[in-house]
Ligand binder design. Sequence first.
Ligand code: AMP
Length: 285
Amino acid sequence: MAVTVVKSVADVRKAVKAARAKGLNIGFVPTMGALHEGHASLVRHSTKECGYTVVSIYVNPTQFGAGEDFDKYPRTLDADTKLVDKAGGSLIFAPTDREMYPNYRGADGTWVDLVGLTKQLEGASRPHHFRGVTTVVTKLFNIVQPDKAYFGQKDFQQCRVIQRMAADLDMPLEVVMCQTVREANGLAMSSRNVYLNPEQRKQALCLSQTLTKARELYARGERNAEKISAAMRELIASHPLARIDYVEIVDHDTLASVAEINESSVAVLAVFVGTTRLIDNGYLK
Ligand code: AMP
């Protein structure tokens, strides 16, 4: 196997330094593991553009709220290692909590907290989520010091938050947004899909179907956001196992709801299917 797995910050720094000494540029794909084809596509995107690709696999406790799925989140390092290897990754960083947060004692540590973009949508449902994400991603950027970092459109708000944070803090890297990879039936791939039983899996298709519906309405000339989101809500409501958390049409820069749809509008949604919370999004044009 060509990929190397390391657990310490010191080992990442050593490997990255050696790669840089060979003249290679560094690509980085942060993940929480339980990897699937969506993650593989980010790794391949990186290996196309960068000579050395680092993948982090870390289920970051500070981005989970009380009662969320931190404890049951799938942890599958052996299978993940094979997938990263097949996709051409060079190094996996799989740290322990102690390695990532040696000084963490609750509230008295340093947080990276983006004020804008984080209170709505995912941030409304998961109040401290983005503070955990921006803090851990900053730490990972400082450890790996990549030239480019790859994030999925699947987590649209997360990617926009990271792009904004990197710009605000003059982080010397490019944050690349990569397309969402879907099952043949349209379901966005997600590590959380393993929680779904067969009937829930069928009903989970309502997320991508509402995006298709929204695009159809847009293509027919509808520009009223409320009309389109009402049609999306209606479609989801016809699935008895699905419960809407939010369905909105927002501007891709500000993430604020729009009244009139244009080329920068993105439909975003979070839906519980059974007890599993799934998200999806798509541009309407
Ligand atoms: P996660 O491990 O789920 O936190 O995701 C790690 C990265 O993979 C994030 O940038 C996600 O947006 C991205 N990702 C997750 N699912 C997909 C997908 N279906 N297609 C593309 N990227 C994805």
